[in-house]
Design a binder for this molecule. Structure first.
Ligand SMILES: Nc1nc2c(ncn2[C@@H]2O[C@H](COP(=O)(O)OP(=O)(O)OP(=O)(O)O)[C@@H](O)[C@H]2O)c(=O)[nH]1
Length: 307
């Protein structure tokens, strides 16, 4: 390339080997040089580009961006790095490009243009992959805290969430009721009607517990056919009433026209017990309910109030 740049067509054969577009415009922004990349990759005939305004190479929105951002930057800083614009190729296809530009004292602008289509595609793929991973992480997160069959929280999750609820009871001086609910003779359901029928009963019970409980209650499938409910701000007489309603609600579920029944063990706490202690106490009460004939509720003897 000659050192002295005039406003006429330039020759610079060395630049034709570059894998990017090289463009020089004069102070009127008319093209005085375009390398072979424009004909090889962008479907322009270089001859036809000479004399054209560089504006003609860009989409409408990119032109606005050039006027409002690129030109003021070039006038003040004399250079502009890595801006993304949309160029129209010789067949009027929109091509995403990264532009670096430099302006000399005579107002010539030296543009280098890198095709960003592949990079855009890579970014799109990366974004898509990230979205997929986020969605998978959400599913995994929900699976790790949820019992798959009933949709209730699992044992691990209630173990994590119970301490906060018990602490609140202590702080705000109210009582908490823990109900251990166990389906009666559930083995017979499985043995007589099959595992799928057993699963249906578990699902129906889970659904009823969920809709019956308040938003603040913690309800979990504790294992097998055993569920627990932790009811904040509930005294023993409320808990008894709650259990009575629960027995009625459960009897709406039928297996071969026979209502399903549950036994319930209840223990009360002022928030000073651990979940582990409370479940042991409720388990003792549940055992009593089973021994006393099932389909009934018993309170644990150590409860602060036994109704
Ligand atoms: N269908 C089904 N059955 C389950 C699941 N988890 C545990 N079970 C069954 O639940 C039954 C529990 O039986 P048991 O512990 O003897 O209790 P039960 O028959 O309900 O007797 P009581 O509790 O004494 O009234 C077993 O047959 C387990 O196989 C499950 O996810 N789906």
């Amino acid at each position: 390339m000659t050192n002295k740049i005039t406003n006429t067509k330039l020759e610079a054969p060395g630049l034709d080997a570059f894998q990017c577009g090289a463009l020089i415009t004069n102070k009127h922004r008319n093209i005085i040089y375009a390398n072979a990349y424009f004909s090889n990759e962008l479907n322009w005939q270089v001859e036809k580009l000479i004399g054209k305004s560089s504006d003609d190479l860009f989409t409408f929105s990119s032109k606005i961006f050039i006027e409002s951002y690129l030109m003021p930057l070039l006038l003040h800083e004399k250079k502009c790095d890595e801006i993304q614009l949309a160029l129209l190729d010789g067949k009027n296809n929109r091509i995403s490009i990264i532009v670096n530009a430099k302006m000399d004292d005579q107002g010539h602008i030296y543009w280098s243009l890198f095709n960003a289509t592949k990079r855009d595609k890579l970014y799109e793929e990366l974004i898509e992959t990230r979205n997929k991973l986020e969605a998978q992480a959400k599913i995994l997160q929900s699976m790790s805290v949820t019992d798959e069959l009933t949709g209730l929280m699992n044992r691990r999750e209630i173990n994590l969430r119970a301490p906060e609820l018990l602490n609140q009871a202590k702080r705000y001086v109210h009582t908490v009721a823990l109900l251990m609910i166990d389906i009666d003779h559930f083995k017979e359901v499985n043995d007589s009607y099959g595992h799928l029928e057993g699963d249906r009963v578990l699902k129906e019970l889970g659904l009823r517990l969920k809709t019956f409980g308040r938003q603040t209650d913690l309800i979990a499938r504790f294992g097998g056919e055993e569920f627990i409910m932790l009811l904040p701000d509930t005294d023993a007489s409320d808990a008894r009433l709650f259990a009575e309603r629960l027995h009625k609600l459960v009897s709406e579920i039928h297996v071969n026209c026979t209502p399903v029944t549950v036994s319930i063990g209840i223990t009360m706490s002022d928030g000073s017990h651990s979940l582990e202690d409370l479940t042991k106490q409720a388990d003792t009460a549940l055992y009593k309910a089973k021994s006393n004939g099932r389909n009934r509720t018993e309170f644990d003897q150590t409860s602060i109030y036994t109704g």
